[in-house]
Design a binder for this molecule. Structure first.
Ligand code: HEM
Length: 442
């Protein structure tokens, strides 16, 4: 409990209203509120009614939370609203379960395995482009989501989930909306209460469980390594034995949720910036056109392609906030925070600090080339987090984003219709109402 004499109260407060604090702003304009927190101080206090949230917009303090003092923090309560969906999967698991599962999952992301996924990544992107016609109006966000979901289905489950795509997409969408509703409600009631958001979450779980348990049944019946992530989970063994169906289900659901929307958003925002910056697009087209057919082995010849993706994730990090909860009293940035305080590392705010990135609103892939990249302290850039909970899928995601973007750039130019775009921070940062765009095939 924070008392009047507690130094945590000395953390500069983000201006808000009496009693509700910043709750209304949080519901109405989370990005605006985050920006306000960043302007207020490197460690700033938001008040969601009676709940304080300490927002960190400083790379060194962020590094302390995620890396140096990581053992003094656990995942934040916010993520616990996803528990019905993700169970004890890697994203939400703590302590020994987390350590064990991280080890069991590691082979699924080993370099040799990743390279094999590359072919699928190119093929599935080409299938998506195959449906486009010049002059066609598309929702770019939806197209990218379909592409990464198809890639996730093939690489993770060895199956074409396009036939299940509607059910999976609806399940994920319902689950994430329910989680955001729980997060922004001052009323904390157990999951057994039939609140509309809990009913939505139950429907989401049912929709997704149907698909995932069916894939597990099929995988168990087969009993061999099909080269996908699910095979690794089903065949995983350590001194404690293998994973139960429920544990495999939790990990599969986690990878599906953590893996496809994040990468889809990275691609969507990359196109958004390319569309606004024709000179960057022209430079990227020249690089991609000069390269041969797109495949994993030639990515080294396309550094600008990677830099475009990295710069897009700087300005629009899909995981725009990383939440933690203090396990004990701890001093951060000169402020003593109590145990059980909610801390949010403001990734988007850190990525947009003018002292780290001059003219932070300008889209400049050159920031991620040569000396500019080498000389920047690594913790100034954290789209994948840091420390022991750093994204296990970061190499997968970068491989996928590079192959998908290059494949698209070679075949099409996408022009985002400018007036529509507004970032909506759900679990990930996505464009509100999609991203209407026009396709021109090349
Ligand atoms: C551009 C794409 C992606 C971004 C920006 C992203 C971002 C992140 C971030 C910031 C974290 C750390 C969260 C924290 O510390 O609380 C994380 C964790 C995680 N990500 Fe990703 N991710 C991406 C793609 C993927 C992919 C493709 C997969 C799987 C195939 C994946 C699976 C996971 C898992 C399982 C965790 C939990 C790791 C742990 O706690 O040990 N992510 N991701």
């Amino acid at each position: 409990m924070v008392t009047a004499s507690s130094p945590a109260l000395s953390v500069p407060a983000v201006p808000g209203l009496p009693l509700v604090g910043n709750l209304l702003q949080f519901r109405r304009d989370r990005i605006g509120l985050q920006d306000l927190a960043a302007k207020t101080a490197p460690v700033a206090r938001l008040q969601l009614a009676h709940i304080p949230i300490y927002v960190i917009t400083d790379a060194d303090i962020g590094h302390q939370v995620l890396v140096e003092d990581n053992d003094k923090f656990q995942k934040s309560a916010g993520l616990h609203f996803l528990q019905p969906l993700l169970g004890d999967g890697l994203l939400t698991a703590e302590g020994e379960t987390h350590k064990r599962h991280r080890k069991l999952l590691a082979p699924a992301f080993a370099p040799k395995r990743l390279n094999a996924y590359g072919t699928t990544m190119v093929e599935e992107t080409a299938t998506q482009i195959g449906r486009w016609r010049t002059g066609q109006r598309i929702d770019l966000a939806e197209e990218m989501m379909e592409t990464t979901l198809a890639i996730a289905g093939k690489t993770m489950f060895g199956t074409d989930v396009r036939r299940d795509a509607r059910q999976v997409a609806l399940g994920l969408e319902l689950g994430m909306r329910a989680q955001m509703e729980s997060l922004s409600s001052p009323v904390r009631l157990g999951y057994e209460w039939p609140l509309p958001r809990h009913l939505r979450m139950r429907r989401a779980v049912k929709l997704l469980d149907e698909v995932v348990y069916r894939l597990i049944r099929e995988g168990r019946a087969r009993g061999t390594d099909k080269g996908d992530v699910l095979s690794i989970l089903l065949l995983a063994q350590d001194e404690e034995g293998g994973l139960s169906d429920k544990q495999v289900r939790d990990e599969a659901m986690t990878l599906l949720l953590a893996g496809h929307e994040t990468t889809a958003n990275a691609l969507t925002w990359a196109w958004y910036e390319l569309s606004r910056n024709p000179a960057v697009l022209a430079k990227l087209q020249a690089e991609v056109d000069a390269a041969g057919p797109i495949k994993t082995e030639m990515l080294d010849t396309m550094p600008y392609n990677l830099a475009v993706i990295e710069e897009a994730m700087r300005m629009h990090p899909p995981a725009y906030m990383i939440g933690r909860e203090t396990k004990q009293e701890i001093v951060v940035g000169g402020h003593r925070l109590p145990a059980h305080a909610i801390v949010a590392v403001n990734v988007r705010g850190i990525h947009r600090r003018a002292d780290y990135y001059p003219e932070p609103e300008a889209f400049r892939p050159e920031r991620f080339l040569g000396d500019a990249k080498k000389n920047r302290p690594r913790h100034h850039y954290l789209p994948f987090g840091g420390g022991p909970r750093i994204c296990i899928g970061s190499h997968f995601a970068l491989l996928e984003a590079q192959l998908a973007l290059a494949t698209m750039v070679k075949r099409a130019t996408i022009r985002v219709i400018p007036s529509h775009v507004d970032p909506e921070p759900m679990v990930t940062l996505r464009p509100r109402g999609g991203m209407p765009s026009i396709v021109e095939l090349r």
